[in-house]
Design a protein around this ligand. Structure first.
Ligand code: ZN
Length: 340
């Protein structure tokens, strides 16, 4: 049986290379068990027509069947050919996996910010070895803040019989779960580690909002890698060594532009200084940052407090950019007055 699996895997591997996988009648002997994930027992994952398969010594499993069996949800972003696997964090849940997610997030703490844990997500793109893990929090304004990192997997997600297949070990280890492979029974056993340790090397990164969601997908195509971190416009006047004055604190940073969605009936005009200038104008709470004061925002550079807004209160800066669509999500940065 072992031999048969390996030969069949080699054949399928060759077919996969051609990127045109079609109806492969192949019953694999690989099983996956969930051990203490959904309750205290061991459960076999029930797969549909497309079974787990070994390709180049890695076990690939249908993502939706595996994730949903483990109490996770899967969103498929068709335009970006990306799957978002989500595990809710809930310390009071009946599901051990959700209690485990809450335990991991509590180890992170929240970077000294007042943040409420919501879930852990893993973003996997078709034919891309890089997966992004995000530990998501809700801040005091109700916005989602993602703290996470990119992880390089041994294998990329691939498509088989119009089913997205993910590398089993990598995809579960990303969530901090333990995968034990039994070669005699060809069974992968997924369990929660007895000791929960804090993930390392995290930073605040952009959120991921899926595009058009569909349940199935067409043949795999290779697309560019999405830039994950919030980027700064190239023409921004970033002074790497400005003379800094008073440290104002760590501010929540959002972005706006002159479009009607961002600006409603206000048009292009700022509250205190004429037109909005992307790369210069910021909207602030004038009780925190003085009107028309020049500030330095870490990672952005020099900006001027020229605007205010109903939604900009307290330690929050809305940074004017040329197109808000280029800036997904929220970030937090240290802010200083420039030396006078
Ligand atoms: Zn806009």
């Amino acid at each position: 049986m072992k031999k048969f699996t390996k030969i069949a895997a080699a054949v399928i591997s060759a077919v996969l290379m051609s990127s045109t996988v079609s109806a492969l009648a192949f019953e694999s002997a690989i099983n996956v068990t969930l051990n203490g994930i959904v309750d205290n027992d061991i459960h076999y994952v029930s797969f549909g027509e497309t079974r787990p398969i070994q390709i180049n010594d890695s076990t690939f499993v249908p993502i939706r069947r595996l994730a949903e069996s483990a109490g996770m949800t899967v969103t498929w972003d068709e335009p970006n050919k990306t799957a978002l696997i989500s595990l809710k964090a809930n310390a009071a849940s009946a599901l051990p996996a959700e209690r485990y997610a809450a335990a991991i997030i509590s180890k992170i703490g929240g970077y000294g910010l007042e943040l409420v844990p919501s879930d852990i997500t893993a973003e996997m793109k078709l034919n891309d070895n890089n997966a992004v893990i995000r530990y998501n929090f809700i801040d005091t304004d109700g916005d989602t803040v993602a703290i996470g990192k990119t992880i390089t997997m041994d294998s990329a997600a691939t498509m088989l019989n119009e089913t997205l297949m993910i590398p089993l070990r990598n995809s579960m280890e990303i969530f901090g779960l333990y995968v034990d492979w039994n070669q005699d029974t060809l069974t992968a056993d997924i369990s929660i580690p007895s000791y929960v340790s804090a993930p390392k090397g995290l930073s605040i990164i952009a959120n991921y909002s899926p595009g058009v969601v569909s349940s199935s997908s067409s043949a795999p195509i290779v697309t560019e890698t999405v830039t994950e971190t919030v980027s700064v416009e190239e023409n921004d006047p970033v002074d790497t060594n400005p003379a800094l004055g008073q440290y104002l604190g760590r501010f929540k940073i959002t972005h706006y532009c002159t479009c009607s969605e961002c600006n409603g009936g206000w048009g292009n005009t700022t509250a205190w200084a004429g037109e909005i200038i992307p790369g210069q104008t910021i909207a602030v709470d004038p009780t925190i940052i003085g009107k028309l004061r020049w500030v330095y925002i870490d990672g952005y550079g020099i900006r001027r407090a020229e605007d205010c807004g109903g939604a900009v209160k307290g330690y929050h800066i809305d940074v004017a950019v040329s197109d808000h669509h280029d800036y997904e999500g929220v970030t937090y940065k240290d802010v200083y007055y420039l030396a006078e």
